[in-house]
Write a protein that binds this ligand. Sequence first.
Ligand code: GAL
Length: 434
Amino acid sequence: MVQPRSHRALILVPIVALVLAACSGGGQSQSPGASGGTSGKQDVEIFSWWTTGGEATGLQKLMDKFNAENADDHVFNQAVAGGAGSNAQAVLKTRMLGGDPPDSFQVHMGHELIDTWVTTDYMVNLDDLYEANGWKDQFPKGVLDIVSFDGHYWSVPVNIHRANVLWYNKKAFEANGLKPPTTWDEFKTAADKLKAADITPLALGDKDAFASGQLFETILIGTLGAEGYSGLWTGKTDWAGADVTQALNTFKMALSYVNDDHASLTWDQANDLIISGKAAMTVMGDWIDGDYIAKKFSDYGWAPVPGNDGIYDALSDTFGLPKNSKHPDATKKFLTLLGSAAGQDIFNPLKGSIPANTTAGNPPAGEKQYDDYLKSAQADWKTDTIVPSLEHGAAAKPSWVSAFTQAVVEFVTNQDVEATQASLVQAAKDASAS
Ligand code: GAL
């Protein structure tokens, strides 16, 4: 069932099993020294996958504030590159299972946290922080529901992101007399025009597979609507249905307009094609806004992905406290800043996300303010129908996300609608059986 607009809740599937994230790949990391000398302070390790543009800058700004205000503790970003945590999650899994967790780590709100480290008893509950900071009255009820399990709070949300945005280069659109397409038919007409003008219609960087998975996720939303899409994760929508077939055909059409080198580019490298004007559109989450801010590019526009108008495909980055954290008290101090209005108003205007804390939204004068895109996102968050992002941990347990993504990766290469739909049907069956 779709949540009515008045409900501030994401739609989540009941937890049916305990599954650990199964990702693979290497990564890069930064040392404590990368963020400055620690001069006798104890180093508190915050693990994330934020290494680029607005992501790294936003977190660093937050850390700078913490480090300036705390005489004894020095937090640093131990980051493993790879969009959507493609590499970080595997590294985290090894460290958690090996008894060597970071002090805190980035994890998506919802199944990605609850079905992994909470149900396996690797986390400390944060009820005392929620109590001491009055967060029960400051975070929306839907958010509180999702960060809780078994009557306890398990992580602190720093933001709300939207995954279903179509970003475009304004000059390329103006030069070709285009408006943002509202249907996939209009997209095709626009894409043909752009192609004729020697501009790549749709930039994609799916070196990290979440990017093509996310593109397909938004096509599913646009084709099935909020209720139909949400039903895919609750068993109410049939994966074998004609609308899923139609979504796969639309995906195939969209893929025929992407850059040839998509498999070797990351999401932000694909965004560089928009910045340079070599490509006109890209479908990505609003961390792209943070990327534009960091790269000082302002000639961009945004619109809902075709068919997604009035629907907010939501996710949230949260941070939790693992049981074996070496500095639990200092970590709690950092989490307190991260959940506060002051912390969120430092981080989010740079990150390209909106605050999860409803008392935030007014950065102090002299600090980076929320830009026009983020103001529009804040307004939409209040009125749109909210659905959970699959690729970013909110809609389904990690093993299902992996199976879905694998089917998409194969589709990008073989474009076989029938075989892919069969794999998606099987993935849903496997998920409900485990
Ligand atoms: C998402 C994450 C965002 C952003 C993006 C690209 O999963 O929630 O904050 O980092 O990946 O890496």
